[in-house]
Ligand binder design. Structure first.
Ligand code: SAM
Length: 271
């Protein structure tokens, strides 16, 4: 098969960095996530991935973030084997392959049309797995999804790229369409937005983070049915000990500052 050429810019190009991060982890001697499919897919794309700004140390952060979210998703699916999963801003993430849900789970991977076309060419099909090519904020895509409960909405590395008003409208539309479920996502605070230039893959992609979320209260104000089940600082998740020494020490020191600790948070909301 001829290698795939990719022409992605801005926030779409950031998916190449996270994919490459998971591939670097898979190829490392002691993988955290062990995403071999990500490593295979990187081999099939004609692209200089070193230009994404991803490196071995950042790959550890990518792998521990993905593993953390995978665990929340697996926990939900273990008790809801008939769930609908909306995996928003999926990029080329292999989450559905890593978690391998039963065919009773209806799993929708959603991203921009050109990203979804690329996915179709790169990944094998699976029963119960569907792809939707649309901006997540053009809400008509939701009509393609039967409004059954429970729904699990997963958005890794997405929310901060959405216009805040459009992001809130998306969350509100999902809460109003489905009888119940959960949202699982990572977010950055306004401080996270102000320091985004420190994030090399974001800088290299010329992407712009525009939605900073200042704690659970701001999310709960979006809809009265929302409640916060978990809010965990990215500095508190398991796996930081796997960072190379200088990064580990820097992360430990930064994590002692409350404002820095709140700069990147994983949220789990119920409704
Ligand atoms: C940092 S990447 C994360 C990709 C994937 N979740 C991962 O962890 O590898 C950001 C993703 O969000 C997608 N994205 C950004 N804004 C979007 C929008 N309005 N609608 C759909 N996808 C969007 C991009 O195309 C890209 O795939």
């Amino acid at each position: 098969m001829a290698p795939e050429k990719v022409r992605l810019t801005g926030e779409k190009a950031t998916l190449l960095a996270t994919l490459y991060g998971r591939a670097l982890d898979a190829r490392s001697p002691d993988p955290i996530l062990g995403d071999d499919l990500a490593a295979d897919v990187v081999e099939r794309i004609d692209h200089d991935f070193t230009k994404t700004g991803m490196n071995a140390a950042l790959a550890v952060s990518v792998a521990i973030r993905a593993r953390f979210i995978d665990r929340w998703v697996a926990e939900f699916l273990a008790t809801h084997p008939e769930a609908t999963v909306l995996h928003l801003g999926c990029g080329l993430d292999t989450r559905v392959h890593r978690l391998d849900p039963p065919p009773t789970v209806r799993w929708y991977d959603v991203d921009y049309p050109d990203v979804i076309e690329l996915r179709r060419r790169l990944f094998p099909e699976r029963p119960g797995h569907r792809l939707i090519g649309s901006s997540v904020t053009e809400l008509r895509w939701l009509e393609q999804v039967p409004a059954r409960a429970p729904v699990l909405v997963v958005a890794e590395g997405l929310l901060y790229y959405l216009d805040p008003g459009e992001g809130r409208a998306l969350i509100r539309a999902i809460v109003e369409r489905f009888p119940g479920g959960q949202f699982v996502f990572d977010a950055v605070s306004p401080l996270g937005l102000r320091t985004q230039k420190l994030n090399r893959p974001v800088r290299k992609a010329d992407a712009h983070l525009v939605w900073g979320i200042d704690g659970p209260g701001e999310l709960l104000a979006i809809h009265p049915r929302l409640r916060c089940l978990s809010a965990v600082s990215a500095f508190d998740i398991e796996g930081f000990d796997r960072l190379p020494a200088p990064h580990r020490v820097a992360a430990r020191i930064a994590g002692l500052l409350p404002a820095v600790k709140r700069a990147a948070v994983f949220y789990r909301l119920g409704f």
